[in-house]
Design a protein around this ligand. Structure first.
Ligand code: B16
Ligand code: MG
Length: 217
């Protein structure tokens, strides 16, 4: 049976994935590298330096590491400006009712976000207290698609992977969940998130009874 649901943040609980996209596309534009939403799908869930490297590789650019650090820092500053004014109004519809139902059912709630800004975003959304455990992105050595982050959260919650469900909007994240040995719920387009056990267009459409059935098979 399912004893924990481990959520991704950006693109699952709020639309910050859009702000990451805007900040990366501004940076790519400055570098003269073509970058569109299709490219961005590859970046979702991928950590900051990995995302920058994807853009540099796409443009055939090789830069010394101090310049890469500067570019990553500039992207983050831009991203933080974009999220400065987000609030509880930016939480996707349906998150509070879902969390309430999980709590009533005694199911643990975890966060597995690759973002070093996750704690700040949770605070702005007003949901920090809802989580039984929040992964520290800075302490994760191998980012998504590696399973480390989801396994770290499960371990901290004290729940074996086969009793966990991961919820993700990114291809890298779904890979991470499945390689961790968990059930995977995708949020987004069915045609894109083909590896997920179940896919819903938005978190508000997630059918918890259907998700919990995954653990009964
Ligand atoms: P930061 P998630 C990920 O968050 C984003 O999807 C990805 O676009 C971003 O590059 C990554 O966090 C790192 O974020 O630069 O804020 O540390 O989807 O895993 O919640
Ligand atoms: Mg995401």
């Amino acid at each position: 049976s399912i004893k924990a649901v481990i959520f991704d943040l950006d693109g699952v609980l709020t639309d910050t994935a859009e702000y990451h996209f805007q900040a990366w596309s501004a940076l790519a534009h400055k570098l003269g590298v073509p970058f569109d939403r299709q490219d961005n799908e590859q970046l979702k869930g991928v950590d900051r330096m990995g995302s920058l490297q994807f853009i540099l590789d796409k443009g055939g650019l090789q830069l010394p590491s101090d310049e890469k650090d500067m570019l990553a820092k500039a992207k983050n500053t831009h991203y933080q400006q974009l999220i400065e004014n987000i609030s509880d109004a930016d939480l996707f519809e349906g998150v509070h009712p879902l969390f309430n139902r999980l709590k009533q059912a005694g199911i643990a709630i975890g966060l597995a976000s690759a973002s070093k800004n996750a704690a700040m975003v949770l605070n702005k959304l007003g949901i920090s207290a809802a989580f039984d455990y929040v992964a520290d992105a800075a302490a994760i050595r191998q980012g998504k698609p590696h399973p480390e982050i989801f396994l770290t959260v499960a371990k901290a919650l004290g729940i074996p992977a086969q009793h966990c469900v991961g919820v993700e909007d990114s291809l890298a994240g779904l890979q991470s969940i499945l390689d961790a040995g968990m059930y995977a719920v995708g949020i987004g387009e069915k045609q894109l998130l083909t590896d997920a056990n179940l896919v819903y267009a938005q978190i508000g459409q997630l059918d918890l009874d259907e998700v919990l059935m995954l653990g009964r098979k």
